[in-house]
Design a protein around this ligand. Sequence first.
Ligand SMILES: O=C(O)CCC(=O)C(=O)O
Ligand SMILES: [Fe+2]
Length: 312
Amino acid sequence: MSLIVEPAADPKPKPLFTLGKPLDLSPACFGFLRETYLDVPVEQLREQMEHDGYLYLREFWDRAQVQAVRDSITRQLHDLGFLRPGTPTDEARFSDREVGRAMGNPLNQHDPVLRELVFGERITDFFHNFLGGPVAHFDFIWFRTKGPGLGSPIHCDLVYMGRGTHDLYTTWVPLGDVELDLGGLLVLEGSHHHSERLNPYLSRDVDNYCSNRPDADEYASGRKWWDGTLTRNAVWLQKSLGGRWLTSPEFQMGDAVIFNMKLIHGSLDNQTDRIRLSTDTRYQLASQPIDERWIGQTPPGHATSQRRGRIC
Ligand SMILES: O=C(O)CCC(=O)C(=O)O
Ligand SMILES: [Fe+2]
């Protein structure tokens, strides 16, 4: 039996949207991520990363361990008043208040149960083996608490975190089962192979600005910021670069999606009344330079202090 499978797409799927636009769900334009498992030899996983730009590792963690993290987060959401009163906490029903974006999110970055999941032995051992040496991770944890409505804009992670090594990997962790209409991760097949064409985008950094432009002061002072979006039109992008938009028929608690800095991705819009919960975190070789914006007890992230001007 092959350990790597790509499930067939439903011939008559329900409509799916990105940033309010319907995706073309024909088999040439849409499909599902190739699934893999931890017992695949590491050389094969490296080849797969090279070829696909991602690894969709099913059952990477014990479901119970992920459920404990979900419990901790839904409890926080409940206590902060973000869940609809009278509904079971575990269902994470949206009230009427957005929890906030990954930056400035009120959830606890230092929750030990969460940190044990995303920075514990299982994942660091995996990266040690995969990268071939001792591993470092960013301290910052990106929370996604996506209520009904628009998913994440299409982007590559490099423009947010490229001041250290570019041999850096994101791990996207669904904290709950994510069906298609709850709006999970969406990646553009083969898009990491277009880095030459995407160079004008990939060579930018959201916290850099051109100091010789008339609006330089506005960028330096934080009044203006480029948010790193590649495009708001996923359908146009797919037609222009080729490849299919890929997601999972159902991301499950315990799964992990690991991907490189140049893979184009975003997420599907959430068509339910529940909050989609996930985190994303970053890993690299400890011997490589690291992007200091994401390191420390309270990483500065995209604070104005991190703006850098240059002639361009
Ligand atoms: O979960 C999302 O909506 C976006 C995830 C993402 O951009 C990432 O994991 O890098
Ligand atoms: Fe991302």
